[in-house]
Write a protein that binds this ligand. Structure first.
Ligand SMILES: C[S@@+](CC[C@H](N)C(=O)[O-])C[C@H]1O[C@@H](n2cnc3c(N)ncnc32)[C@H](O)[C@@H]1O
Length: 280
C-alpha cells in the first residue's frame, strides 16, 4: 500500500475509533440508544470517505473559526477536540443539541464547540466571520432553490482567504430522489405519500446551483464512485444491514474509488466534493 492510501486508511480508522469513544461515553452516561448506535456504526459507509476528504482538503488548523452547516456532528466534535478549532455546529433541527452539549461538557469543550439551530438559507452570523465552512451531505436535502440560497449565505459568512468544503451526491445526468417522509427533516407529505428527499447533482448543476450562487472561486472538484453495481441506480450501502456498521469504513475503502478529478473516468460516480475559496 502506498503512503497516501495508508494515510487515508489511518484517518478513517482514527475517526472510527473516535466515534466509538463517543459511543462508550454516551453509554456510560445513560444514553443507551445513541451510545449503541455510535458503537455499532461510528462512521458509516459514505461519511467515512466524506469526512476523510473534508479533513484532507479543509486545511484545518487550531484556532480557526469553523462553521458547520447541517453535517453529521461527529466531525464538528472532532475538529473542536482534536484540531482545536473554534467550531459553531448548526442544523435546521435541534436533534443534536442535547447530546452534543453533554459531550462538550464531558470533554471540557464548551469554549470550543458552540451549538445552534439555524437555517442554512438565513445564517444568523455577520459577514466574513468564519475561516472555514463545511457542509457534508446537506445541500442536496434543501428543496427548491434553497441549496443556492445556502451557498450564497456560506459565501457571505466566509472571510477573504477562507475555504469551504462541500459534499453532495452526484449523478451524470442529475436526478431527484423522492421517498416516504420517514426522515426527521421531512416537511409535509406529497400526494403520493412521498416527498422530496435529495437531489443528485450533474456537473452543470454543481456549477449553476452551488458554485455560481456562492460567489466563491472553485479551488477543486473531485468525484468518488462505486466499484460495484455499475449498472444499477442503487448504491451498495442500501443493502448493508446495520450489523456491518463496524466495518463500513473498511467496506467503503474497498468498494469506493479514490477521489478523482474527472467523473467520466469512473464507472459509477456517486459523490462530488467541492472546495471553494473566498479570494483573499
Ligand atoms: C444527511 S443529514 C446529515 C446529518 C445526519 N444527522 C447524519 O448523521 O447523517 C442532512 C441534514 O441536513 C439538515 N438540513 C436540511 N435542510 C437544512 C437547512 N435549510 N439548513 C440547515 N440544515 C439543513 C437536516 O436537518 C439534516 O440534519
Amino acid at each position: 500500500m502506498d503512503a497516501t492510501k495508508a494515510a487515508g486508511l489511518s484517518a478513517r480508522l482514527c475517526l472510527q475509533a473516535y466515534g466509538m469513544g463517543v459511543g462508550r461515553q454516551l453509554l456510560a452516561h445513560g444514553r443507551l440508544a445513541r451510545g449503541l448506535r455510535y458503537l455499532g456504526v461510528p462512521v458509516n459507509y459514505w461519511r467515512a470517505v466524506e469526512f476523510q476528504l473534508a479533513l484532507e482538503e479543509g486545511c484545518f488548523e487550531g484556532g480557526q473559526r469553523v462553521l458547520d452547516v447541517g453535517s453529521p456532528k461527529l466531525l464538528a466534535l472532532y475538529l473542536a477536540e482534536r484540531v482545536r478549532c473554534q467550531v459553531v455546529a448548526t442544523d435546521l433541527h435541534g436533534y443534536f443539541c442535547d447530546e452534543y452539549a453533554l459531550l462538550a461538557r464531558l470533554r471540557a469543550l464548551e469554549r470550543r464547540l458552540q451549538l445552534a439551530v439555524a437555517d442554512g438559507r438565513r445564517l444568523p452570523f455577520p459577514d466574513a466571520c468564519f475561516d472555514r465552512v463545511c457542509t457534508i451531505s446537506v445541500l442536496e436535502h434543501i428543496p427548491g432553490g434553497g441549496d443556492g440560497d445556502c451557498m450564497a449565505e456560506i459565501g457571505r459568512v466566509l472571510r477573504p482567504g477562507g475555504r469551504c468544503i462541500v459534499t453532495v451526491p452526484f449523478w451524470p445526468t442529475g436526478r431527484i430522489d423522492r421517498r416516504e417522509p420517514d426522515f426527521y427533516w421531512a416537511a409535509g407529505t406529497g400526494d403520493d405519500g412521498k416527498v422530496f428527499f435529495q437531489r443528485r447533482y450533474s456537473e452543470a448543476e454543481l456549477q449553476q446551483r452551488l458554485i455560481d450562487p456562492s460567489g466563491l472561486r472553485l479551488g477543486c472538484l473531485r468525484f468518488v464512485g462505486e466499484r460495484v453495481l455499475p449498472r444499477s441506480r442503487r448504491e451498495f450501502c442500501e443493502f448493508l444491514p446495520l450489523i456491518t456498521g463496524p466495518i463500513q469504513p473498511i467496506l467503503s475503502r474497498l468498494l469506493l474509488t479514490p477521489a478523482c478529478d474527472d467523473w467520466r473516468r469512473l464507472r459509477k460516480p456517486l459523490c462530488a466534493l467541492l472546495v471553494l475559496e473566498s479570494p483573499a
